[in-house]
Design a protein. Sequence first.
Length: 389
Amino acid sequence: MLSYFLPPRIEFGDGTIQNLGEHVKAFDGKKPLLVSDTGVINAGILAKAIEALDAVGLAHATYSDIEPNPTDTSITDGVEVYKAEACDVVIAVGGGSVMDAAKAIRLLITHEPPLEPYYADVGGIERIRGDMPPLICVPTTAGTGSEVSQGAIITDTSLRTTDRWRKRAIVTPFNMANIALLDPGITLGMPSALTAATGMDAITHGIEAYVATKYHPIAEGVALQALRMLSANIQRVYHNGEDVTARGEMLLGSCMAAFSFQKGLGAVHSLAHQLSTDAPIPHGVANAILLPPVMEFNFSHASEKYAEVARALGIDTTDMDSDAAGNAAIDKIRAFNVELSMPAGLGAAGLDRRKIPKLGADAMLDHCHKFNPRECKEADMIALFEEAF
């Protein structure tokens, strides 16, 4: 018996953020909490959300102390603001960190703190109920797809599992937003480096989900279509950030790729999750660097699927066997990394090589590699870090 969860209600189109107030009212909301960060505020995007609430006469509270890798302490602070301001709806306006934080804030509004019992690696899914306030997500980047995912990645500062902070996941179907507003217009000002990093994050989601070991043919079909859209547009938006049509395709492709990782992710993410707290290297950049060596590591177990990935990436594989096509897919990812000015390796991105043994051990604690097409051992994780260095 299989249980699949399709995405929440999605509204897509330039200007959809203007409907925000009406959606809050549809939930009988009187005072939403806007969760965001300083980058979104400085870009003028949060102001658009506030204008939409003002237009229908809604009061609001704002919590914007979300770090690039949100910590459990910032989550508890956000819960305090929600309760002190007597809010009744949560609105996330931002990238993956903001949306993940909003999910965790929403959880602790109705669940006893701290977050520790709700992490996936301690069986948290069994302890999470659906009695949480409505959540509206407005993604401001095209990469994480957190607006339709079941996961929230939080940096655990409690030191209960290791001698340093590490990323942990809260995974439940109840994490999905009630509504996702995909407005390509608010992504037009995204810098080229952020465009590249978030775009490669989405491509990594599609590839890792497609080859993950869970049985989910719906997700596989969505992953391949997401890769078609992302690969056809990532160069366009990198070189011309004002192309609203390409921005829209990236936003939808990111959303679809995130839906597809209901099927699972893989070793790239188990490795990359360690780097954003320890290097720190932005998650999308880490994914981009790690994806080719992990694809090579998996090749003996996934060559035929990588051949399908090649076709989705726009490669003409007519005269290629599956091995040649799969290798062409890896070459295409490397070519994307060069064109998008990704660092040449983890060392160039800022990783201290002496940390690799500890990072490899911690990667084994991450849940994502459990669905990797090839089983990973600690020595493999260390070797992959070294290869990507």
